[in-house]
Write a protein that binds this ligand. Structure first.
Ligand code: NOJ
Length: 443
């Protein structure tokens, strides 16, 4: 068993994080362009205006993808590049850009896996109350339908929404764009985006698109550090309010009673319209799992100190817990009796600031990243050996890019990016991933 010949190995990015060219060729601003103007929200107040310059340098990215030898490239469409107002007339230059990307990938034998919404709502729609406005559901499915009609005959893999929790962080916690802080509106926004996901799946089935469609939801499983009822309660509460808010309705067909009761008691329950649950639960072709780590929780100061002192940590001080991928795969299968395959749409780790270099060659020696990725791949292989249906794995990310509020300070790439010259050079992990893929294919 293990990784079969058809297993998809990929690399992932998203539009706002790599394209730059924020105002080129008629692109409209997204909420991240606006959010970056609020002082103190983003590391060094850096806006995503230039990022990795992929809008002008797609051939550079293509070459690097070919050098690593991936089967697939996960990227996203910037909604405001193709529809500067979020609706209405298409921006032909933006449309042509993605057509060129997809054609080039396909000619190179690399399958595009395309995300429609990776956190970059057109600012014009935010000006109409963004994801809190129910009309945004319709604007999203209209945009999705246009993309399916344009590219549906060539793109084999689609996802509607990436990590819907980002809307909650943006509307309730103020941590992401658009930087709003209203709990009830945050719940409405995250509900609406799940309904929008379902409406886009309907648009997909009604369009001429031929490929498969899914949604990407991240799982950060909470782990109580002690067996005390208090810690168990924290674990349950945080699981419910975080990833289960999304996986329950999408994969299971309903919100949990726990969640509905708590939000009602807190006065923050969203408006759920008749038919919403059915829409959110529309049959999809695969579930996209983003998995990075577990989250230990405890109210016990001693248990916390023991964990901090005795745990297994990477240089960036995050826990090294590669079993998280196996746990998440098993968990969703147990909870929802999944009858669709899983694709691991993101997994990776970051360095803060600079990374060590080989003094002789100048190449970045990111041994921590290699340790992290190989650990996760081993646990993924165990899941495959046990018969779980996982079809692909995308490493985040092809190159160092705009890591949202951390801007260019958190580096997730297997290629290093020079954000001035837009030159990208392989790190040691790029060669390691290339060799790993090669070995699997030669088996
Ligand atoms: C989640 C997001 O999908 C992606 O945009 C982000 O850069 C990575 N994980 C790393 O934080």
């Amino acid at each position: 068993m293990g990784f079969g010949k058809d297993f998809i190995f990929g690399l992932a990015t998203s539009a706002a994080q790599i394209e730059g060219g924020a105002f080129d060729d008629g692109r409209g601003p997204s909420i991240w362009d606006e959010f970056a103007k609020i002082p103190g929200k983003i590391h060094n107040n850096t806006p995503p205006t230039t990022a990795c310059g992929s809008y002008r340098h797609f051939d550079r990215d293509l070459k690097n993808l070919l050098d690593v030898g991936v089967d697939s490239y996960r990227m996203s469409i910037s909604w405001s590049r193709v529809l500067p107002e979020g609706k209405g007339a298409l921006n032909q230059k933006g449309v042509d850009y993605y057509k060129r990307c997809f054609d080039k990938l396909l000619s190179a034998g690399i399958k595009p896996n395309v995300t429609l919404y990776h956190w970059d709502l057109p600012q014009a729609l935010e000006d109409e109350n963004g994801w809190v406005n129910r009309d945004t559901v319709g604007y999203f499915s209209d945009y999705a339908y246009k993309m399916f009609e344009l590219y549906g005959d060539v793109v084999p893999l689609w996802s509607t929404v990436n990590e819907p929790i980002a809307t909650y962080v943006g509307y309730a916690l103020g941590g992401f764009a658009p930087g709003r802080t209203n709990e009830k509106e945050g719940n409405q926004a995250r509900h609406n985006i799940l309904v929008a996901h379902g409406a886009a799946v309907d648009a997909f089935r009604a369009s001429k698109a031929k490929g498969d469609i899914g949604i990407v939801i991240d799982i950060w499983k909470r782990h109580a550090l002690t067996d005390s009822p208090e810690d168990k309660a924290i674990e349950k509460d945080q699981d419910e309010r975080n990833w289960k808010f999304y996986t329950d309705p999408v994969l299971g067909g309903s919100y949990s009673d726990y969640l509905l009761e708590h939000l009602a008691a807190e006065g923050t329950l969203m408006d759920i319209r008749p038919g919403d649950l059915e829409l959110m639960h529309r049959p999809i072709d695969y579930y996209g799992l983003n998995v990075y780590n577990r989250v230990p929780v405890t109210a016990d100061k001693q248990a916390e100190a023991d964990f901090t002192q005795g745990g297994n940590f990477l240089n960036n001080k995050t826990e090294y817990y590669p079993k998280a991928i196996y746990d998440a795969i098993k968990l969703v299968n147990d909870l929802y009796k999944l009858r669709i395959p899983i694709i691991v749409t993101e997994n990776g780790t970051y360095a803060i600031g600079s990374e060590p270099r080989d003094p002789a060659t100048g190449m970045i020696e990111d041994d921590d990243r290699i340790k992290y990725v190989s650990g996760f791949l081993s646990w993924l292989e165990k899941a495959l050996d046990e018969g779980y249906d996982v079809r692909g794995y995308y490493l985040w990310s092809l190159m160092d890019n705009y890591e949202w509020t951390a801007a260019y300070n958190f580096r997730f790439g297997i290629y290093e990016t020079d954000f001035e010259t837009f030159e990208c050079k392989p790190k040691k992990s790029a060669l390691w991933y290339r060799d790993f893929i090669k070995k699997v294919k030669e088996k």
